[in-house]
Design a protein around this ligand. Structure first.
Ligand code: F6R
Ligand code: MG
Ligand code: MG
Length: 368
């Protein structure tokens, strides 16, 4: 068995340009500089700085395993350096996702989102990094279920002997802070009871039942809950390994050909379609959205990130974009009404307590 490799994605919004729509090029430059310094070079095999909307995603490969203090510190220092630039330029919400003043060993619980997975690089190792803006970690539940459990999406589950046993799903309860695993196809209906509620139950990881190997991992922090108040969106990332006993690249991308509704549009308080876009189109501006997702493909070569290939730039996703825009128009018609506006307990902005207080004397009991 070869040496283990870790792919780590750590993401944060440390300032938007303009508003919450994109990342200023000076921040990207600063992040690249930080990850190219001598100290960083000694730690990393390779890196790629990617953005989606107002989020910076640091994609890193290394041999330090998951939850490595040195790697997390490097990401923290990088975001801190980017925050300085954001402050100089008075960018919007500078430093918003860095919830603590000093680093304390692991970025988990400190604001940034983390997805990382350790494995032995196969003779050929295609991976996809999905990154979304204006939505939440549960947004991956639907596509992950399609990729790894739905034979109408992934024909490999039916006709590839290495996939026919199915996959195991690790689900996290973000409210009660618990974990539960399900194997598919046998426990598919039980799994769906939970992941159909993506605001609470999130697929954290997926494993092959044939080999036990990990196939996917997502970010699962809920920033708004961690801070105990609204301070921004917990925009998620997802790493998926493809091919040779795992879903083919095309099976991994296929769920996004049919945009699903996700939470997180405008003020984190609206639902809208998740639009798959090319890297250049990842700047959500209409009503601060609609929510969007980009997919960067890499071939790993001894830990080097060979890529990226901008996977949703394919015109085959044009119809998905058109459908997403139609759905966006339809949802926008509803204005401040549910289900475009989220249910009361899911909204990140609300004036209800103040309005209630103001009108409390006008309420009278109903006689029946
Ligand atoms: C942020 C987001 C935006 C903001 C909105 C209001 O990721 O989704 O829709 O919530 O622009 O922002 P503030 O309250 O900062 O003016
Ligand atoms: Mg923002
Ligand atoms: Mg964002």
């Amino acid at each position: 068995m070869g040496e283990k490799l870790t792919v780590t994605v750590i993401k944060a919004d440390v300032g938007g340009w303009v508003g919450h729509s994109s990342v200023h090029p000076d921040l990207i430059e600063r992040a690249r500089e930080m990850l190219s310094r001598r100290e960083a070079k000694d730690l990393l095999l390779d890196f790629y700085v990617a953005t989606v909307g107002d989020d910076i995603n640091l994609i890193m490969t290394h041999r330090h395993g998951v939850d490595s203090e040195v790697i997390h510190r490097l990401a923290w220092d990088t975001f801190t350096a980017c925050t300085e630039v954001a402050k100089e330029l008075k960018l919007y919400g500078a430093g918003q996702d860095l919830l603590a003043d000093t680093f304390s060993g692991n970025v988990k619980g400190m604001g940034p989102g983390v997805a990382e997975m350790e494995f032995v690089e196969r003779p050929s190792e295609p991976i996809v990094i999905f990154m979304a803006d204006k939505t939440e970690p549960g947004a991956w539940n639907w596509p992950l279920f399609k990729m790894f459990a739905d034979p109408f999406n992934t024909v490999g589950l039916v006709i590839d002997p290495k996939m026919h046993q199915g996959f195991r799903f690790e689900v996290h309860d973000l409210i009660e802070h618990r974990r539960v695993d399900f194997v598919c196809p046998e426990e598919m209906y039980d799994l769906l009871v939970f992941i159909g509620a993506p605001g609470r139950f999130c697929i954290k990881a997926v494993y092959s039942r044939e080999t036990g190997e990990q196939a996917a991992v997502s970010t699962t922090q809920r920033l708004n809950l961690m801070a105990g108040r609204y301070i921004g969106k917990d925009d998620p990332a997802l790493i998926v390994r493809c091919q040779s006993g795992l879903p083919a690249l095309g099976e991994v991308l296929e769920p996004f050909a049919n945009p699903h509704l996700v939470s997180g549009w405008m003020r984190g308080s609206h639902s809208g379609p998740l639009m798959p876009v090319s890297y250049r189109q990842a700047t959500p501006t209409r009503f601060d959205g609609p929510p969007r997702v980009v997919a960067l493909g890499f071939q790993l070569c001894d830990g080097k990130l060979i890529g990226p290939q901008d996977l949703f730039a394919d015109p085959a996703f044009d119809r998905a974009r058109e459908l997403a825009l139609e759905v966006a128009d339809y949802m926008r018609h509803l204005g401040p009404f549910e289900p475009h506006r989220l249910h009361l307990d899911e909204m990140e902005y609300t004036t209800l307590p103040q309005v209630m207080e103001k009108l409390k004397d006008r309420f009278t009991e109903l006689s029946e």
